[in-house]
Ligand binder design. Sequence first.
Ligand SMILES: O=c1ccn([C@@H]2O[C@H](COP(=O)(O)OP(=O)(O)O[C@H]3O[C@H](CO)[C@@H](O)[C@H](O)[C@H]3O)[C@@H](O)[C@H]2O)c(=O)[nH]1
Ligand SMILES: [Mn+2]
Length: 738
Amino acid sequence: MDGRGTHAPPLHKFEPLRRTALNRLFAAVYACAIIALLYRHAQTLLHSATSLLSFSLSLSLLISDLVLAFMWTGAQAFRVCPIRRKEFPENLRKIMKEEDFPGLDVFICTADPYKEPPMNVVNTALSLMAYDYPTEKISVYVSDDGGSSFTLFAFMEAAKFASHWLPFCRGHNIMERSPEVYFASTYHSWSPEIENIKMMYETMKVKVEHIVDKGEISDEYIVDSEQREAFSKWTDGFTRMDHPAVVQVILDKSKDRDVSGNFLPNLIYVSRQKSKTAPHHFKAGALNVLLRVSAVMTNAPLILTQDCDMYSNDPQTPLRVLCYLSDPALQSKLAYVQYPQRFQGLNQTDIYASEYKHLFQINTMGLDGLMGPNYLGSGCFFRRRAFFGGPSTLVPPEIPELSPAHEVDNPINSREILSLAHNVAGCDYENQTNHWGSKNGLRYGSLVEDFYTGYRLQCEGWKSLFCHPERAAFLGEMPITLLDLLSQCKRWCIGLLEVTFSKYNTLIFGSRSMGLLMGLAYSHYAFWPIWCIPVTLYSFLPQLALLNKVSIFPKVSEPWCFLYVFLFLGAYGQDFLDFVLAGGTVRKWWNVQRMWMIRGLSCYLFGSVEYLLKSLGISTHGFNLTSKVLDDEQSKRYDQGIFEFGVPSPLFVPLTMAAIINLFSFAWGLTEFWDNGSNKEGLALQMVLAGFIALNCLPIYGAIALRSDNGKMPTQITVISIFLSVALYTSANLILKQ
Ligand SMILES: O=c1ccn([C@@H]2O[C@H](COP(=O)(O)OP(=O)(O)O[C@H]3O[C@H](CO)[C@@H](O)[C@H](O)[C@H]3O)[C@@H](O)[C@H]2O)c(=O)[nH]1
Ligand SMILES: [Mn+2]
């Protein structure tokens, strides 16, 4: 299983996870249980055909369980053969000379100087420029969709700072190469040298933040004519949605040196042309522009795509990638090596489950044993060639300069190169052919361009790999308010449905191109938002039935009851084990299952509805950027593990209604009939379910009734939810009491 022959030292290895055999056995047992359940549903449905009411009740339960069964089936693909890899970067230099390392073009995307403060973007860029990799092989391209001169200014400052920072990092062999993180950490000793570089950093930070606050770059900050010329592009008519392309070489590796005399990597600022009339395809469009601009300027065979908030936490990261890329056995079909997305600043029990451990770590290991993980948008090293057709069918770009095989022979700052770079960053450029976004580059048509692009590449026959070292390779940020998190998740849902309802449907097209298992795995995600169907139905139907003493689950004395208990405990239990074995804690797992319920009642639901409205042409939606700015008060509450509502958003309404109805039905059940009721046995499971959901809703009750801070549930939402709950209860009464 070694990556090399027997003589050379190994560069990587992998081993299947030990639980695989048990997983398969359990899947077989659980599948039988699901079939039994469906059989029972079919029976009840036939018997209930007499009354419309009981028929629709049974039908709703059947639909819910069909969705659950479908999602379960998809999830099995992740459990068939999960593997864990390990690489040995220390052996790399024994096999390869540094001169033979491939060039690396790093792409960083940013889109708004207010939601993504330039200093954060700069920190990310510096951490990547300081990789333990030959500097003359690195080029960092920053895509600024915010078209902000402040971001350009910040990078001009960062370039000066880099000439001190890069040699400093290498000299001291530090791990945290994001200056902000390094200076905030407390475990290094202090020396005059460190004090000095810290001062430099602070001065730069103050300057950049001052400019962003003030909203203009005053003359005193512009030091030379080159800078003046760069900023002169920001004329009066320049807005973020309408402006010409700006491509600015800030550092040129052929002439800029750091303070110790070594070359600095290339650093290029790109703000693609925008026009109100041309679609810009959000991040996918931005990355395609970088793909072309970088092709013209450096055309490195290796590309790292990175979100602006995901800084490097380990300078060896590109070396690990080389461990795979240099393996001739993998080379020909390997499109990308994906690192997991991991986050910093999450609170202790991760109340919003923003770690997405299943999505980013557990399931990805499962996919790794099949054809490879899906693309996660950030922390991913691509082979440039993968963007130009399948492994054996090259789809050449319209001009030879963009071809992955093209060798750049002009200096990046030459007039020819710059003019071509501006040309390929134009908003009409892609109209020449309609290959971009469909056959070349990142794929258009979905708000989750990462998921969609990885999927399409794998359908073309490309493979991918998951690289998951213990020390996080990158650390990023997740929203700290519930609304931000749910809005992000809603955007993902809309994007996923766009894939589901395209001609590249993951079940049909996906299974045909990649085989059933991969098709199912991708479908598990593409159909993600339909979780809202069972979650919503199970949060309301059994409870409303309970309030009317209508039994919808088997009696506790019936054998069928065991089936329900087994299905519930089996699913939750296996999920729990998966989570804990991947290093999670019990409290975190509890929060994950809670958030699953919350998302089912909010973003999955609203995402599906919004997608529907959009398909009918009633509304439109775009890429609402996740804010990376922290509010002090909110941060404090987040750190204490308190849910943040605060904003009156419709997303909170179904959730609050479910909280009210479950509590009410559970309490009513307890007091009304539990002592002397007639159908205790028939209603017991409904009681348990209502109790379980109410337990999950504890933070919501707190937010409604006990809190007075700004993050509590807004009164409007409480009032609306009570009103709607009463309406729901009354109509259920009328219908069920017929
Ligand atoms: O028009 C746009 C919109 C976004 N971005 C950039 O895209 C990145 C991701 O945006 P963010 O608001 O942080 O979205 P998230 O939901 O946190 O990102 C996740 O989901 C996205 C797909 O929805 C993927 O692109 C990301 O890689 C993945 O981390 C950021 O660097 C943005 O600057 C652009 O460059 N142009
Ligand atoms: Mn993000």
